[in-house]
Design a protein around this ligand. Sequence first.
Ligand code: SF4
Ligand code: SF4
Length: 320
Amino acid sequence: MAKPKVAFYWCASCGGCEETVVDLAEDILKVVEAVDIVLWPVALDYKLKDVEAWRPGDVAVAFINGAVRLSEQAEWVRLLREKCSMVVAFGSCAHLGGIPGLANCTTREEILANKYHRAVTLDNPNNTEPQVHATVNGYDLDLPVFWKDVKPLDQVIDVDYYLPGCPPPARLVAEAVGAILKGELPPKGSVLAPEKSLCESCPLNETKPETIAIKAFKRVATSTPNPEECFLVQGYICLGPATRTGCGERCIRGNMPCRGCFGPTPGALDMGTKMLSALGSLGEANTEEAAHALADTMVDPLGTLYRFSLPASLLKRRVP
Ligand code: SF4
Ligand code: SF4
């Protein structure tokens, strides 16, 4: 019997999600035994025309990581959607926009100005900027269009499932591949991770008292947390109350507060506002002035509360 065909593709990402596939270690051999990998640009050279030659439905599932910002990325993911029976948004950037999505804090014009006109290391006497079309020495050259903002995958194509995490843990990937092969999947649109918050599985949860009174927010950049006490109790912003579990609490076990890469808890409309409302009830401030003083101790609220989720949030981007 023919093995199901599987495709991996990457858009705006760091390559960490591809590392996870390699991290499957001996499990990758089981995956390779069970499926045919027909596209994996990080490992093997494929061209667009190879994928154009597939018939719709030829490939069982495409795991696509990375956010979408270039017209070339959109062209690839639309083609994969047409040819693959199932699409899985693989990792935080495809799921929510991820770290590349923080570019939505600024504009396309500002990014180009910084890169091509202001950087101190720049040597660009003619103030050249990349153009979509150019003719050089008689040759026509094309570059992809650099969109005005970063989008998660489901703002460009229909997505069947989401595998969260920066990167998704190998165990979760192996479970998802197993569930796909057995046809034991939850309803379309589901996030393939447990339906509860990180706090509920956190080993430090039992150190959290009934009430917390944060006097000032601390940062791991300037002080070291006690690894045996809930970070929020100590005043470090930990996104555990607003984040879905399933990562194995890997940052917590490394003495780092959660930054929220698994995305919002089930049912939460907006991760940042959910966390902000949790923090609002934990701060010790009885007057408006005290509330402002406490808020002022939070460095980079947008980057802290929406580190992985800005393009998928209600805000989506900063409006100039
Ligand atoms: S806030 Fe963070 S450290 Fe505290 S219980 Fe939740 S996940 Fe654990
Ligand atoms: S603790 Fe938070 S930031 Fe760290 S891997 Fe888990 S969900 Fe991601």
